[in-house]
Design a protein around this ligand. Structure first.
Ligand code: GDP
Length: 194
């Protein structure tokens, strides 16, 4: 998709704040610092629409972006910040769970993992959670530019094995530096919202 229009619609914490439309939605989830904002900005060809909203202390919200009046990207706050308190973590969990399990027009979840490392316990939990609820997942392995091409297959296998990757899902090797995987990511998203 060639994007000319992308804008933030709302930062929501509760279902009553979700936009009242039936446009399809694609959620994006990942550990803080995985490259989620960079992924969104690459797809919509903006330098800085999606900001890193996952820093500790900042309000943890679901950010809805309207794309080409066709779909919403829903930026889920990043997980994996050690400094976040138990109470905050529980609130985060509840907000995400409510959205992911109850939103009818949610078509797929882009689950971002850092391609350089084995998925973290939380990465695995997130993927398994999504699979438990039968949600289609597009796994995006970020920062591919930091790994020599000759090692890509190996890294892909390690990640798939750790996640117990479902063959029905899509796996995309991505870099916001080289734009590797951008077209594939759009193709997967467009297939999911059809
Ligand atoms: P977020 O917290 O998941 O939204 O992550 P950001 O998009 O803010 O990225 C975190 C850091 O990783 C920043 O310093 C980015 O410049 C860097 N980064 C993100 N994507 C890539 C990538 O594809 N390649 C490289 N080399 N660095 C990246």
């Amino acid at each position: 998709m060639k994007v000319h229009n992308a804008e933030i619609v709302i930062s929501a914490v509760a279902p009553k704040q979700y936009p009242e439309t039936d446009l399809p939605e694609i959620a994006l989830a990942g550990r803080s610092n995985v490259g989620k904002s960079s992924f969104i900005n690459t797809l919509i060809e903006r330098k800085n629409l999606a900001r890193t909203s996952s820093k500790p202390g900042k309000t943890q919200t679901l950010n809805f972006y309207l794309i080409e009046n066709t779909l919403h990207f829903v930026d889920v706050p990043g997980y994996g910040y050690a400094k976040v308190s138990k109470t905050e973590r529980a609130k985060w969990g509840q907000m995400i769970e409510t959205y992911l399990t109850q939103r009818e027009q949610l078509k797929a979840v882009v689950s971002l993992v850092d391609m350089r490392h084995e998925p973290s316990v939380e990465d695995v939990q997130m993927y398994q959670f999504l699979k438990y609820y039968d949600l289609p997942v597009i796994v995006v392995a970020t920062k591919a530019d930091k790994i020599p091409r000759g090692k890509w297959n190996k890294h892909e296998s390690v990640i798939k094995k750790a996640l117990d990757f479902d063959k029905e899902d899509t796996f995309i090797i991505f870099s916001s530096v080289t734009k590797e995987g951008k077209d594939q990511a759009w193709a997967a998203i467009e297939a999911a919202i059809k």
